[in-house]
Ligand binder design. Structure first.
Ligand code: SAH
Ligand code: SF4
Length: 358
């Protein structure tokens, strides 16, 4: 397919100045796109007709189409999006807390959502346990393709423009391998006239590309960092995550020590627990030592099995014992609720199902 026109969602307000003047018109466009969720430039009624036409000739609005939605029992929803070149990516709307009412029927608090979005089609990192890795790497997403995942999910669920929500870059792909577009997406998401989601509500999850973590740190965006650690010694980590040959555990820990983190926040270390591989207390003991002196929290993740994988989901008792070992010794540790497990929410799984169906 021919490369289409760029999406308006690829552009920061500053970049749009090259196409649209005066600047207040850009605020109006942002308002139509990110607050009113319009699909066409003709709907932007307060813009001059000639400007609507010029925008229509230069840009598209949505670079993605919703291809499939799966609803989970717990209120979470998984989206499969189709890109202009026919490739597909996933994003998940996670309902962290349902809406609550006072006794008189008035709203006590609205739903709390976290949206998990993708940064690449496929992934180069090739982790042994990850379904996204199985299909290899196809391409980076543009900033607009990253931004549109959330915009379309908000629209599809009629989530008001100003509703607070969190973003995690934990879908398909390695965000730091597509740093430029991810950084731009972070900026577009946080634009006040747009979605207004501050960087401290956004979390990048990385397999540990130390040099890129350092680069990200230097940008000092105020973003949260999550490290997919998954193993405490290099030999095992190398088997699970070949990237460990280039960036070993020590290099990651070193770079994290220097990462600028908001004083009220912690760096999250994700630890994917796989039965009989890394679920023992010996690992918990080493992890405690490794993170000594870092403002860290650990998030234990159940390995989510899929067809033809040698790896197994861990026992709940082992997860709890691992968690208790750490928390009793003062290291904050949570077990990730397997939200949307019934809709196979771990990365890459919906896309694989879809491929099998056709
Ligand atoms: N590439 C980045 C972000 C995307 S992966 C990273 O690796 O951090 C997001 C998370 O999903 C990672 O922590 C990854 O280890 C985890 N994951 C991958 N496959 C999984 C599976 N089968 N079950 C549970 N979590 C999985
Ligand atoms: Fe890539 Fe993350 Fe999957 Fe590893 S776990 S292959 S880094 S998406």
């Amino acid at each position: 397919m021919n490369s289409p026109k760029p999406s308006i969602q690829d552009f920061t307000q500053e970049e749009l100045l090259e196409y649209v003047k005066p600047a207040f018109r850009i605020k109006q466009i942002y308002n139509w796109v990110y607050h009113k969720y319009v699909d066409s430039f003709e709907e932007m009624k307060n813009l001059p007709k000639a400007m609507q036409q010029q925008l229509h000739e230069t840009f598209i609005i949505n670079p993605l189409k919703i291809a499939k939605v799966q609803k989970s029992m717990d209120g979470s929803k998984k989206y499969l999006f189709e890109l202009h070149d026919g490739h597909t990516i996933e994003a998940v709307l996670l309902l962290m807390k349902p809406k609550q009412y006072h006794e008189d029927g008035s709203i006590k608090h609205h739903e709390r959502y976290t949206v998990c979005i993708s940064s690449q089609v496929g992934c180069k990192v090739g982790c042994a346990f990850c379904l996204t890795a199985k299909g290899g790497f196809v391409r980076n997403l543009t900033a607009g393709e990253i931004v549109a995942q959330l915009l379309l999910i908000k629209k599809d669920n009629a989530i008001e423009a100003n509703r607070r929500l969190n973003i995690v870059y934990m879908g398909m792909g390695e965000p730091l391998d597509n740093l430029e577009n991810v950084v731009k997406a972070i900026q577009i998401f946080s634009t006040q006239d747009g979605m207004d989601i501050a960087p401290n509500r956004q979390t990048i999850s990385t397999s540990g590309l130390s040099s890129k973590i350092e680069k990200l740190g230097k940008l000092d965006l105020g973003i949260n960092l999550a490290i997919s650690l998954h193993a405490v010694d290099d030999a095992l980590r190398q088997k699970l995550m070949p990237i460990n040959k280039a960036y070993n555990i020590a290099s990651i820990i070193d770079v994290v020590r220097h990462f600028p983190i908001n004083s009220r926040k912690r760096v999250m270390f994700e630890y994917l627990v796989i039965k009989d591989i890394n679920d023992g207390l010996d690992a918990a003991k080493k992890l405690l030592k490794l993170l000594d002196g870092i403002k860290a929290k650990v998030n234990l993740i159940y390995f989510n099995p899929y067809e033809n994988t040698e790896f197994k989901r861990p026992n709940e008792a082992d997860m709890v014992a691992f968690q208790e070992y750490l928390t009793k010794r003062g290291l904050l540790c949570t077990i990730r609720e397997s939200k949307g497990l019934d809709i196979s929410a771990a990365c890459g799984q919906l896309r694989e199902e879809e491929k099998r169906d056709v």
